[in-house]
Design a protein around this ligand. Sequence first.
Ligand code: Q46
Ligand code: ZN
Ligand code: ZN
Length: 327
Amino acid sequence: MKCSICGQPAILNLRHHMLRLCAPHFMEWFPEQVARSIKRYRMFGPQDRILVAVSGGKDSLALWDALLRLGYQADGMYINLGIKERTCHSQTSDGLSQPGDYSGKSLERVRAFAAQRPGARYQVVDVAAEYGLNVPDLARRNHRSAKMCSLCGLVKRHIMNRAAYQGGYAAIATGHNLDDEVATLLQNALHWETGYLARQAPVLPSTHPRLVRKVKPLARMYERDSAAYALVQGIDYIYDECPYAEGAKSIFFKKLFNQIENLSTGTKSQFYLQFLKARQQGRIAFPQLEAGEEDDAPRSLLRDCDKCGQPTSSADLCAFCRLWEET
Ligand code: Q46
Ligand code: ZN
Ligand code: ZN
């Protein structure tokens, strides 16, 4: 198999792009694709400061790396959720199996990544140190362990938004890739979750001066491509999924899409891009977003939380502060 550009041995067959690339050309191609998405969806400009949500996994570190290589002012942000492994060992990319602390090991990956890149700045928020409980304990106290991911998502969104707003960042960038997007899209379509479908997009614009815009520069990238980029770039990332993601429906839907993709190349891309196009052209329309989570609500429905001051659609406390009040 030869590189479509230079004829040297290729390391990757990008069937969905009808392209085979050698390592050096793949290393150029990946950031170029990220840059194209940033421009196409007008995510941010070259002068904007971006806060990248980094988890220590391949996608967020690949994204951070690509943004730095493209010359963006991209700072990392790691939220230490205090997640421990539920099994006794975890596999890390150094091939060693070590007992321990999932969040701690993820943070080590973020630190190592930044240490190898002069100028890569990042901040860490430790949920237990700052608020008194880590996220699994918070879920237990609230009897919401069964809904751990929705509680965790709420905590992460709140903390990211606060940090991005206070730090004066133009956007929060997350490492969601095409596989994540199509798995979510199908799950939401199966239940006709019109509210979620309405806002599933590479850009979630700000609806309030204190709600920071959210962008997904990898939304058009196949997961295997961001994994390949991380590997070829020598990024040491945490291989394991978060222990709470085990058995998550999203993993089932990702596997399903991989089977479909094997039978019909390009399905993932078509499914996502045609959805975006149909919505943009008005061929699919959703009703006005309803008040709910802060991100969804129109500005007219937002007021300041009595405790933290962040915009909320509820009468007194935002969902994050209510969570801690009820604990
Ligand atoms: S970190 Fe949190 Fe995820 Fe773990 S508990 Fe669920 S939401 S799976 S991206
Ligand atoms: Zn080449
Ligand atoms: Zn609040």
